[in-house]
Design a protein around this ligand. Structure first.
Ligand code: G6P
Length: 612
């Protein structure tokens, strides 16, 4: 949520910052801005995408080797030029970029107004830079000291970088609950919300920790202190990401590229965990806490969005195979509900970004109450992965499209491996089923490749239904969460209203909506509840609904009742979500493209939601 990027060094800052903003645009894209230091701080900011800013700045004087930039997802104040970051202090000597929310900005603003400050924007960020300016001027302290004092007064989340006209060789950065990475180059530094703007210049990075302030000075070593001004030794990490992984590689959109990457990302998630010869599943994170897992009272999953849907699939997997009671919680509800948790519980957070504010807060609450906390994240070194006792990375590679696709199937792969490993250790699965599932899991990447071949057929269906106003998605058992995910994918990128439902629940409400204009996507593969789903399809057909069914290869019964069927290979229901979700991802993608929507950056959404 909001992308920040800054540069200090020998090179021209503007092109580096602009390119960085384009890479970070998935985090927010309602306005963008850059501040460069010349004789004064020069500001360029515009409502709209980074390309609007680029066009605006084109013929201006952009000569500078130090600057800061921001791409915004509005929280306080409409997305217009004035509210776009960077924001200046009252004396125009400081400029700030900020990702996060200053919750007590209103009381701070009132106090500062009494002291003579006036504000140009409606943002919480402008209040913060005025506060820092006020402290620096009145207490006659250095910028970093003023930042530390100010941050002690602030309630909320922040990743900030500040540019100072009076000190042209220094940037000051700080973070709390919002990510910030510093790339260490040759006589130059890059600062960003994640590593994607940094990777093409250096692989050496420092992850700033909560409540740390960094003084980044040209030609000098970075100095880090906490907000109490105690020195912290920076730890240099090596990035493993490569540039190719964050580019479109010939695809029209990141989302399509990421859909097509799934055979490989699923394979990568199994790598080193599933021994293809012996069929043994080894999950490092679980082994470390083996007795806790085997004796767990309950497993509670906390997550948001698509990751919450993965958690719902996990509920079926873990209860079915490992016989451990599972609860699945929206992180945002869990954290404020005074939940009953104790040390016999394991709380597992699922998060692609590893930065979702609600998920992180839910984990911290569970930790306070003594539970063992585990993370399933895609982004290495992310806040959630660092906050947990143990965890498993999904290894899906960077996911840039705002609508999550390959992260979902990578999460399901990890969850399947965990459920299999636990079931095997607990003896709650027969050896025959265990080995059958392991060998099917091995074949999933090839099966996904086969499902992707239905793309042209799905495109044809998309063309017929692209103009409808509503869609219903139905599934049962393991495929109920997939129905929710299919509906979410469609609504978030095409803006068509879509609802996911357990197929049997349809008759308690949504059935009233069914008429000849209502397309109903039904997951009707040949798994245990197939006959029940067939009955549900009959109910839709009786009301003239349009049925688009995901079926098992060779299916005859559902084919006769449906307008369209998309065939996928037969697999155990435990692994079915890894296949059934693929046609739903493609359907939403094609409908959105045909409706002229921006699939990679749908309106109002952001990839990484670092505010609650
Ligand atoms: C946002 C994204 C979704 C994502 C959700 C949870 O809403 O747009 O794609 O599923 O956040 O994010 P996480 O990074 O925690 O999985």
């Amino acid at each position: 949520m909001c992308g920040i990027v800054a540069y200090i060094g020998e090179k021209q800052a503007y092109p580096i910052i602009l390119k960085g903003l384009k890479r970070l645009e998935y985090r927010g894209y309602d306005s963008a801005g850059i501040a460069l230091l010349g004789d004064q701080i020069n500001l360029y900011k515009k409502a709209g995408k980074v390309s609007v800013l680029e066009a605006y700045a084109e013929n201006q004087d952009l000569n500078s080797t130090i600057g800061i930039g921001h791409t915004r997802w509005a929280t306080h104040g409409a997305p217009n030029d004035e509210n776009a970051h960077p924001h200046l202090s009252g004396d125009s000597e400081l400029a700030i970029i900020h990702n996060g929310i200053i919750e007590n900005y209103d009381s701070l603003k009132k106090e500062l107004t009494k002291r003579g400050h006036t504000f140009k924007s409606e943002t919480d960020t402008e209040v913060l830079i005025h506060l820092i300016e006020d402290i620096r001027t009145n207490e006659k302290v250095s910028l970093d000291t003023a930042v530390r004092i100010a941050l002690r007064e602030v309630v909320g989340a922040y990743a900030i970088v500040i540019l100072d006209k009076t000190n042209p060789d220094v940037l000051v950065a700080a973070r709390k609950s919002s990510p910030l990475v510093i790339g260490v180059g040759n006589n130059e530094y890059f600062i960003a919300s994640d590593a994607t703007p940094i990777i093409e210049y250096t692989k050496n990075v420092i992850y700033l920790e909560d409540e740390e302030v960094a003084i980044i000075e040209k030609g000098k070593e970075i100095k880090i202190t906490n907000i109490k001004n105690q020195a912290v030794t920076p730890y240099l990490h090596q990035l493993e990401m490569n540039l190719e992984a964050i580019e479109k590689g010939g695809y029209e959109h990141f989302m399509l590229k990421e859909i097509y990457e799934q055979p490989q990302s699923i394979r990568n998630s199994m790598l080193g965990r599933l021994n293809l010869e012996s069929g043994i599943v080894t999950m490092g994170g679980i082994e470390e806490f083996e007795s806790k897992f085997l004796n767990a009272n309950r497993i509670i999953f906390v997550a948001c969005g698509t990751s919450w849907h993965s958690a719902l699939v996990a509920e079926y997997m873990f209860e079915d195979l490992a016989r451990i009671p599972v609860e699945v919680e929206y992180a945002s509800e869990f954290r404020y509900r005074n939940p009953i948790i104790d040390e016999r519980d394991i709380v597992i957070a699922i998060s692609q970004s590893g930065e979702t504010a609600d998920t992180l807060a839910a984990l911290e609450l569970a930790k306070e109450k003594g539970a063992t906390i585990y993370g399933i994240c895609n982004v290495v070194g992310s806040s959630i992965s660092r906050a947990t006792d143990a965890g498993s990375y999904t290894h899906a590679g960077p996911e840039i499209g705002v609508a999550s696709t390959k992260a979902f199937t990578a999460q399901i792969t990890i969850l399947a491996l965990m459920a299999l490993s636990l079931a095997n250790k607990k003896g709650t699965i027969s050896k025959t089923r265990y080995h059958a599932l392991v060998s099917q899991l091995k074949c999933i990447p090839e099966m996904v490749e086969k499902v992707l071949k239905t793309n042209d057929q799905i495109k044809y269906i998309a063309d017929l239904y692209k103009d409808v106003s509503n869609f219903l998605y139905l599934g049962r058992g393991y495929n109920f969460p997939v129905a929710l995910e299919g509906a979410l994918k469609l609504k978030e990128i095409s803006y068509i209203h879509a609802e996911g439902y357990p197929a049997a629940e349809m008759k308690h409400g949504p059935i009233a909506l069914i008429d000849e204009n209502m397309p109903v996507v039904v997951i009707a593969t040949k798994v245990s509840n197939y006959p029940k789903v067939v009955s549900n399809i009959q109910e839709i057909k009786a009301r003239n609904g349009n049925i688009i069914a995901i079926v098992t290869e060779g299916d005859v019964e559902v084919k006769e009742m449906s307008q369209f069927t998309i065939e996928i290979p037969l697999v155990d229901e435990f692994l079915d979500p890894l296949l059934t979700v693929i046609p739903l991802q493609l359907l939403s993608y094609h409908i959105a493209v045909m409706r002229g929507c921006n699939v990679d950056q749908p309106r109002n959404l952001a990839k990484s939601v670092t505010v609650e």
